[in-house]
Design a protein around this ligand. Structure first.
Ligand SMILES: Cc1ncc(COP(=O)(O)O)c(C=O)c1O
Length: 454
């Protein structure tokens, strides 16, 4: 007989629930630190043993020695990469998803999950301006979303082309500022990138057209990827211009809105997204700027049937999942995955509880913080704004500093717990970068960080 590990353990439950309560109540969440491999390994030594350990001891070890070696991306002082700021409702419901072993693979097994996830997807689809019949699924991250969408672009190319054949060596146009996951996805699916030079870091319709006209194999180009909010600088491509070219040349038009797509919720910048509604597919990551816990990316298709034809897995034991009823939606049919966590539910719960206006306001807060930070940088005598922010990412420099100065400053900020701000490269120059999305980041925090550059 297996031991007690499948029985309800009140003591362990109390311990973990108490730890969750404590974490949820932290205000603010501390930044915490990086870690040293040797020291962390030493803490873990001997833990995996035949007889197991007391839950209280393992939890204490985690809390005291491991959790403190994780830089908290949900701290309002975490301003690197793309931070996180999950709502309390989303975090709590994520716990419930885990406790219920909820999954969201198929209609047969999980209809209640699927309708709720699809309701959340429908909201995203409506903000994007997609038609009623659009649909998709939640995947683990933007990288998985881009990969799954581009596979559909590849495998449906023959249907879009006048001669009805797929090129043997297909290409997809991407910009030189596209996210690294786009290039990786093309590599995985065996499609070559046609890298189009951006105009001030923006992919434009005319640059795309010029590149296609000049390319000896332009007839092999089957799709184009635009970015709605580049990761480095928050720049939105010329979506309408790219959509025009995609229409003219029967290209699949995919938009990577992993970070910036959240700003579709923000009326103040909505006009910058004109043309978004013309995409064949797009992604937006709720685990970034839509305040969901990891891991949650939304992938939507204008015509989901095309994706279904590409992604559905056929196996004799799975035949039972596939009915003729279009209402019976299988999330597993819309991306490269089969079994999947019900990862859209925390977002669904939080949107239902907090209301969509709260999402609008929280996204607007990040945009407003970026605009104020740009002002603070310009006012501070020893800092300089690199360019006006378009969304919530702000690039700035400390004139006279070299790469090593930025690196040591960044390490100092973290060790003082003032902020987590890592440098990036902009047009060959090392600069500092703020990524704002946490609604609790304040002007005072930004001032404090800028003061350390003096
Ligand atoms: C524009 C863009 N696309 C794709 C990704 C990849 O997303 P993920 O890290 O969720 O795989 C990112 C991540 O920052 C991103 O900013």
């Amino acid at each position: 007989m297996p031991g007690g590990m499948f029985s309800y353990d009140e003591g362990m439950t109390d311990l973990i629930v108490a730890a969750c309560r404590e974490r949820l109540a932290l205000n603010p969440v501390p930044l915490d630190f990086g870690g040293l491999k040797e020291a962390l390994d030493a803490e873990l030594s001997g833990l995996m043993c035949p007889e197991g350990n007391e839950a209280a001891d393992v939890l204490r070890l985690f809390g005291d020695k491991l959790a403190t070696a994780v830089v908290s991306c949900d701290s309002p002082r975490f301003l690197s990469f793309i931070p996180a700021a999950p709502t309390k409702a989303a975090l709590l419901f994520d716990m419930f998803v885990s406790c219920s072993s909820l999954h969201g693979t198929s209609w047969l097994e999980a209809a209640g999950v699927v309708v709720a996830e699809n309701q959340a997807l429908r909201v995203l689809s409506q903000y994007a301006g997609f038609p009623e019949g659009a649909g998709g699924c939640f995947v683990a991250g933007g990288s998985a979303g881009n990969l799954s969408a581009l596979l559909v672009a590849r495998d449906t190319a023959a249907h879009r082309r006048r001669d009805g054949t797929a090129p043997t060596r297909p290409l997809i146009a991407i910009s030189d500022d596209a996210h690294s996951s786009v290039g990786k996805a093309l590599h995985v699916i065996g499609v070559e990138p046609l890298v189009v030079s951006t105009v001030d870091h923006r992919l434009t319709g005319s640059a795309l057209r010029t590149s296609l006209d000049a390319h000896p194999r332009s007839n092999d180009v089957i799709g184009v990827v635009a970015t709605a909010g580049t990761t480095n600088a928050g720049i939105i491509d010329d979506l309408s211009g790219v959509a025009d070219v995609a229409d003219e040349r029967s290209l699949w038009f995919h938009i990577d809105g992993a970070y910036g797509g959240a700003a579709l919720f923000a009326p103040s910048v909505r006009d910058k997204f004109a043309g978004f509604e013309r995409a064949d597919s797009f992604i937006v990551d709720p685990h970034k700027w839509l305040f969901a816990p990891f891991d949650c990316a939304a992938l939507l298709y204008r015509r989901p049937n095309l994706a279904k034809a590409v992604h559905t897995q056929d196996a004799s034991y799975l035949e039972v999942l596939h009915s003729e009823n279009p209402e019976e939606w299988n999330p597993s049919d819309y991306a490269y995955h089969l079994t999947r966590r019900a990862r859209g539910l925390p977002l669904w719960f939080s949107m239902a509880v907090n209301g969509l206006d709260a999402y609008r306001d929280a996204v607007e807060a990040g945009l407003a913080m970026a605009a104020r930070a740009a002002g603070l940088i310009s006012e501070t005598p020893h800092t300089e704004l690199v360019r006006d922010p378009e969304l919530s990412i702000v690039l700035f420099r400390r004139p006279g500093w070299r790469k090593t100065d930025y690196e040591s400053w960044s390490a100092r900020l973290l060790s003082d717990q003032t902020g987590f701000v890592t440098p990036t490269t902009w047009e060959g120059e090392t600069v500092a970068r703020f990524a704002f999305l946490h609604p609790n980041t304040t002007d005072a925090m930004v001032r404090e960080i800028l003061a350390t550059m003096g």
